[in-house]
Design a protein around this ligand. Structure first.
Ligand SMILES: NC(=O)c1ccc[n+]([C@@H]2O[C@H](COP(=O)([O-])OP(=O)(O)OC[C@H]3O[C@@H](n4cnc5c(N)ncnc54)[C@H](O)[C@@H]3O)[C@@H](O)[C@H]2O)c1
Length: 262
């Protein structure tokens, strides 16, 4: 399978390292808006790959991996060449799928893969979608991780004055995407799995934590589901280790006839 990697940052770099000499995959091209990032990755991993535009990457690859941002997701979904039989798309910036749900719904032939990212339980949430009566995601992060988010800036919240943990946001998915665009992939994935329109999001700032913790509570006809994941960072403190591993797990599933976790 010819692979195009779009976005050569933290996650893209780890995925490229995983793909090297991996049976079933050939890393065909890499793409990044910043030329230094493609050069660095080629030098670091001794890659023999093309540096492509997004358009070329989509046209030539069987599997397109997005590890860039929401805007790139829009570019990919808008490109007619993506919707071909036998093409696969793995999306990390799942907020981009929600923001462009009309484009996503038009995709009929390309297989779109959404990793569970830095949470667990998406399989169960998808299994009981339709039977859900309430669904809440509570995310706790350090002030550093939330700094600069539009909601924080607009409401002039001084995160660094906090002495103890505090809920700084409670609201619906749309407001959360607007207020915390870089922290919302988990909520977006949860919505995609559940299709539950009354999904409630809470964001808690905790000056005493170094970890990103996600708690999901879901109730319905099926019973009650509680999931808590305390994420340790990967080599890069901004990215959870589990987020990278979940993308790699999707690649493992794509590459085998023995698929687990659906
Ligand atoms: N689904 C999840 O659970 C989950 C978890 C962590 C991160 N993410 C998301 O995955 C994405 C990648 O995360 P990361 O930590 O690797 O980020 P990163 O900032 O380290 O890397 C992003 C890369 O994309 C490149 N880029 C930006 N705009 C581009 C464009 N227009 N065209 C091509 N390349 C472009 C950047 O130059 C950078 O190299 C982010 O959107 C992040 O929010 C998702």
């Amino acid at each position: 399978m010819k692979v195009a990697l779009i976005g050569c940052g933290n996650i893209g770099g780890e995925i490229a390292a995983y793909l090297i000499n991996r049976k079933g995959f050939t890393l065909h091209s890499i793409t990044d808006i910043d030329e230094r990032n493609t050069k660095d990755l080629i030098n670091k991993l001794y890659l023999n790959v093309k540096v492509s535009s997004i358009e070329q990457a989509i046209a030539e690859a069987d599997l397109i991996i997005e590890a860039a941002n929401k805007e790139v997701v829009k570019q990919i979904l808008s490109n007619k060449a993506i919707d071909k039989k036998k093409k696969k798309l793995l999306v990390m910036s799942t907020g981009g799928l929600i923001e462009n749900i009309d484009l996503l719904n038009k995709i009929k032939r390309c297989e779109v893969h959404v990793p569970s990212g830095a949470i667990a339980g998406l399989d169960a949430i998808a299994a009981v979608a339709g039977d859900i009566e309430s669904l809440t995601l509570s995310t706790t992060k350090s002030p550093e991780s939330l700094e600069g988010s539009p909601f924080i800036v607009e409401n002039k919240i001084d995160l660094f004055a906090l002495k103890t943990k505090k809920t700084i946001f409670k609201g619906a998915l749309k407001e959360a995407i607007k207020g915390f665009p870089k922290n919302i992939n988990i909520a977006a994935s949860l919505f995609l799995a559940s299709k539950f329109v009354n999904l409630k999001i809470e964001i808690v700032a905790d000056p005493s934590t170094k970890f990103n913790t996600h708690r999901i509570n879901c109730k319905g006809k099926f019973g009650e589901l509680n999931v808590e994941v305390i994420n340790f960072p990967s080599k890069n403190p901004k990215t959870s280790y589990l987020a990278i591993q979940s993308a790699i797990s999707v690649l493992n599933n794509i590459n085998t006839n023995y698929k687990i976790g659906y």
